[in-house]
Design a protein around this ligand. Structure first.
Ligand SMILES: NC(=O)c1ccc[n+]([C@@H]2O[C@H](COP(=O)([O-])OP(=O)(O)OC[C@H]3O[C@@H](n4cnc5c(N)ncnc54)[C@H](O)[C@@H]3O)[C@@H](O)[C@H]2O)c1
Length: 436
C-alpha cells in the first residue's frame, strides 16, 4: 500500500483484517511510525483497533522502504495524494514517484511466485493517467527479468469519518484494466467484500470517480439552491427535499442521467425559467440552475457547431419532437437545431415517426402550420426519403424504421443524440456519438 493517508491506512487495515499480508509504505515517517506501534496514523473511527489487530496478527506492517514492502508482493495499491495545482489541474507528481519507487524496488527484491505484479492506482486521477504517466514511468523503469507488470485503476469511494463502514460496503468495486491477470488479482483481493467486481475500460474507471464526486457536489448545491429560493416563500425546503427523495422512479434514479441531447418540452424549460425568475425577484442568485439553462443551450449550439465544422450541406434530421413517442413540439431542441441550420442555409429533410404530414392532427397540426411552416415543407414520414442524398444525419429517433433506413443508406456522417441506435449503427463509418 503506497500512501498511508485516509484511503491507504483504511484500505491497508481492512485488507489485513480480511487475511491479506499487507505492507504499508509512506515517505512520511509520521504515517509509518504509528502503524509500526499498532496505532492509526489518521483519525478515523474504529481504525486504531483495526490497525492494532492487524499488527498484532503480524499481517499489517509499515515501512518507508519500498523494497521491504515489495518483497514477494503480488499487488501494489497506490493511494498517494493527488492535490490540485494552483491552476486547478491534478498534481500527479506523487503518483509518478510512487510508480517509480515500485518499479525500482522490484529490481532488488524476491519476485512473487507468479512472476507477475499488479500496479493499481487507487488515488483519484484524470482519465488517461494510467495509460499516460504511469505507462511512461514503467517504460523508463521496465520490469526486471522474470517479472511482468500489469496496471489498473481501481477507484476508492470511502468517505472520511465513515471510512471503515464505506470500505466494507462500497457502492461498487470497479477495476479499469485491459490486463486479465490484473483483473483476476483484484477480483481475488476484494472477494471478501461479496460485491461483484466490474472490469471496465481503464478510462471509464478513472472518469467514474470524478463523475461521482461532481454529482455529489451538484446534489449538495442543488439542495442548497432549493433552500435559498424557497426560503423567500415561507417554504421549509427540508420538508420539500424530504418528500422529493421519496421519488425513486424519477428523482433519485437512473432517469435523466444518461448523456445525450438537450432537455426540452412543455415543462422543464418553462418551470426552470420560472424558478430563476422567482430568484431574480428576490435578489437571489441560483448559479447552478442558471447554469442548467446555459448548458442546455450549449448542447444545441455544440451540435450546430459540429455540423458547421464538417463538410456537406444536405442534412437528414431523424426525430423532431423533444422525446420519443410524443408529438409535442413545444421547446423541442431538435426544432431549434433545425431552425438554426435552415437559417444558415443548410438543406434539411426531417423524419419523425409521429410528427409528420400523415399523422398530425388538431392542435399539433395547427402548431406546425402556424409556428413552423418552414419545417412542415421538409417533414416526411419516410426515413429513407429523409436520408436520400444526405451528407449527414442528426439522429434522435430510435424507432426501427429510422435505424433500418440508416443501415440501408448510411450517410457519410451520423451524429447520434440518443445513444440507443444499437451496435450495428455505431459500427457504421462516420458514426459519432454526441458525448461518447
Ligand atoms: N480522503 C478521502 O476521503 C478519499 C476518498 C476516496 C479517494 N480519495 C483519493 O485517494 C487519494 C489519497 O487520498 P488521501 O486523503 O488518503 O490522501 P492523504 O494526503 O491523506 O495521504 C496521502 C499519503 O501519500 C503519501 N505519499 C506521497 N508520496 C508517496 C510515495 N511516493 N510513496 C508512499 N507514500 C507517499 C503522503 O505522505 C501521504 O501520507 C487521493 O487521490 C484522493 O483524491 C480520497
Amino acid at each position: 500500500m503506497f500512501g498511508l493517508g485516509y484511503v491507504g491506512s483504511v484500505t491497508a487495515a481492512c485488507l489485513a483484517a480480511a487475511g491479506h499480508e499487507v505492507w504499508g509504505v509512506d515517505v512520511d515517517t509520521a504515517k509509518v511510525e504509528p502503524i509500526v506501534r499498532g496505532r492509526s496514523p489518521v483519525v478515523e473511527p474504529g481504525l486504531d483497533e483495526l490497525v492494532a489487530a492487524g499488527v498484532a496478527a503480524g499481517r499489517l506492517r509499515a515501512t518507508t522502504d519500498p523494497r521491504e514492502a515489495l518483497d514477494g508482493a503480488d499487488v501494489s495499491l497506490i493511494c498517494v495524494g493527488t492535490p490540485s495545482t494552483a491552476a486547478g489541474s491534478t498534481d500527479l507528481t506523487y503518483i509518478k514517484r510512487a510508480v517509480r519507487d515500485i518499479a525500482e524496488a522490484a529490481r532488488d527484491v524476491v519476485r512473487p511466485e507468479s512472476g507477475f505484479h499488479s500496479i493499481v492506482v487507487r488515488s483519484t486521477v484524470p482519465p488517461g493517467t494510467v495509460d499516460g504517466v504511469v505507462a511512461q514511468v514503467l517504460a523508463e523503469v521496465p520490469a526486471p527479468d522474470g517479472l511482468t507488470f500489469g496496471t489498473a485503476m481501481c477507484p476508492e469511494f470511502l468517505r472520511e469519518g465513515s471510512g471503515l463502514a464505506d470500505f466494507y460496503a462500497p457502492p461498487f468495486v470497479v477495476v479499469g484494466t485491459r490486463n486479465p491477470r490484473v483483473g483476476s488479482a483484484l477480483t481475488d483481493l476484494f472477494a471478501f467484500l461479496n460485491v461483484d467486481v466490474q472490469i471496465v475500460d481503464v478510462r471509464t474507471a478513472e472518469a467514474l470517480k470524478y463523475a461521482c464526486n461532481a454529482f455529489h457536489a451538484t446534489k449538495v448545491s442543488f439542495a442548497n439552491e432549493m433552500g435559498r429560493i424557497f426560503r423567500h416563500f415561507a417554504v421549509d425546503s427540508r420538508e420539500v427535499m424530504k418528500i422529493f427523495v421519496q421519488d425513486t422512479s424519477l428523482n433519485i434514479s437512473p432517469y435523466y442521467l444518461k448523456p445525450g441531447f438537450a432537455f426540452g418540452g412543455s415543462c422543464l424549460p418553462k418551470d426552470l425559467r420560472s424558478v430563476l425568475h422567482l430568484a431574480r425577484m428576490n435578489d437571489t442568485e441560483l448559479p447552478l440552475l442558471s447554469g442548467a439553462l446555459a448548458t442546455n443551450e450549449r448542447s444545441v449550439r455544440d451540435i450546430v457547431d459540429r455540423v458547421i465544422a464538417g463538410p456537406g450541406r444536405e442534412i437528414a434530421l431523424l426525430g423532431l419532437s423533444f422525446k420519443h413517442a410524443t408529438d409535442d413540439l413545444r421547446e423541442s431542441p431538435n426544432v431549434e437545431v433545425a431552425e438554426r441550420l435552415i437559417g444558415k442555409g443548410y438543406n434539411l429533410r426531417i423524419y419523425d415517426a409521429i410528427v409528420n404530414p400523415t399523422r398530425l392532427v388538431g392542435a399539433n397540426l395547427r402548431h406546425v402550420q402556424s409556428k413552423l411552416p418552414h419545417l412542415q415543407r421538409v417533414l416526411t414520414d419516410d426515413p429513407h426519403a429523409a436520408l436520400a442524398g444526405a451528407d449527414l444525419a442528426i439522429v434522435s429517433a430510435t424507432d426501427s424504421a429510422a435505424v433500418g433506413a440508416l443501415l440501408d443508406n448510411p450517410p457519410a456522417r451520423t451524429i447520434d443524440l440518443s445513444g440507443r441506435l444499437g451496435a450495428e449503427v455505431e459500427a457504421l463509418p462516420g458514426y459519432e456519438g454526441v458525448g461518447w
